[in-house]
Design a protein around this ligand. Sequence first.
Ligand code: BES
Ligand code: MN
Ligand code: MN
Length: 465
Amino acid sequence: MISTALEEYLTAARVRQLLELDELLRFPSISTDPAHAEDVAATAAWLADHMRAVGLENVRIIPTRRHPLVYGDWLHAGADQPTLLIYGHYDVQPVDPLGQWHSAPFAPEVREGKLYARGAADDKGQTFIHLKAVEALLATEGALPVNVKFILEGEEEIGSGSLLEFVPRETDLLAADAGLVSDSHILSPEQPSLLYGLRGMWAGEVTVTGPATDLHSGSYGGVIHNPNQALAELLAALHDEDGRITVPGFYADVRPLDEAERAALAQVPYGEAEILSESGAPALWGESEYIPVERTGARPTLEINGMWGGYTGDGFKTVIPSRAGAKISCRLVPDQDPEDIGRKLTDYLQALAPSTVTVDVRAIHTGQWFITTLDAPALQAAAAAYEQVFGRAPVYTREGGGIPVVALFQQALDIPMVLMGFGLPDDNLHAPNEKLDVGNFYRGIATSIVFMQELAAPAEGGDRS
Ligand code: BES
Ligand code: MN
Ligand code: MN
């Protein structure tokens, strides 16, 4: 319950808290671009200072081979209270195509109740929500209801390499009774949702090489297999006309959906109409025997994320390129193994390759899928918090995106993971005009507070962890 003192504090703090988030969003912490490495480091430093300022202790920046981790805790709730591990990422995706932004990506702007900036929803804004919840509780009550540890990373958007190495080594530092991640979205402010699954992934690059050098297409067209064409033929062979992936054995380890889960997912109020209006696409595509939430959350996919080859600049160039390539990612579900899928895809592409070209496949990164049961008390605490603040109980759903470290926290620390998003489906993640609903920012802070209160053991000494 939000006490009167807390409510007054939060009301008085609204403008300041939004301005502080504005400051955090000004750092261009693009993790994939080496030119921004110092900006990523500066973001970590700003966060560490901010964590100290809100009253967290043992705050430190942990250097890694790439971008730093930031840790901080507050452990004075007592040994009979559970410890909550809060994870978030402060790195962001690149901003291109820059011309499509209505305001500069690192100059945050509020328009019609939405804060526009790269990282507003993914994930600086959502991470900041929990720092503001801690601030409000410590400022008004001098204590948190539970023990809290924060671990923030700057490599999520590039596969979480450093944190995936760190977690198994530092299980004592990170030991907790439950984990909390806000790096996803709810269906709408009227209908919150809790995630019980995330997809895993295999991502890589395929290169098709034909002639040793680019050739005049007049002189050689008709005798040389154009690598652009060979690539298109290979990529087109990866799906059949029903949208199923043709890679042999691709579906072998997919855990079938049982009738109870299918019935539950069928109740999620998110389907064709919502997807069409959010995306602006003229029609849906994909495996028609599954409904959209199943196709984005519980079925594996193979996507072509980029293709290159030949001349794509202004005007025209009659050329047969020496090489063509594509970026491919597969979204994976229980019980698929990313390495195994990478091998199957590589073998299939090699087997399909005509003798006129050579095909090379290179893995870039992988991520584990995540799935959890709904009965953990921490999940019930999250549901109660959403219900109190948003006025409606959440629905349970599975998400198509991935957060590589979530499955590892669950396994290595043996804790239930709560995926409590405050974004919205149309927040434009990874795209121009990323935004965070300002109302959700404030509701998020309240929900985080109530969640910690609900997670706390009752005075009699029951166990809610
Ligand atoms: N926050 C997203 C994942 C996400 C998106 C969760 C939408 C729920 C709803 C995360 O930052 C992300 O973009 N993950 C990457 C994984 C990565 C290894 C590049 C992804 O899913 O593409
Ligand atoms: Mn994210
Ligand atoms: Mn992301």
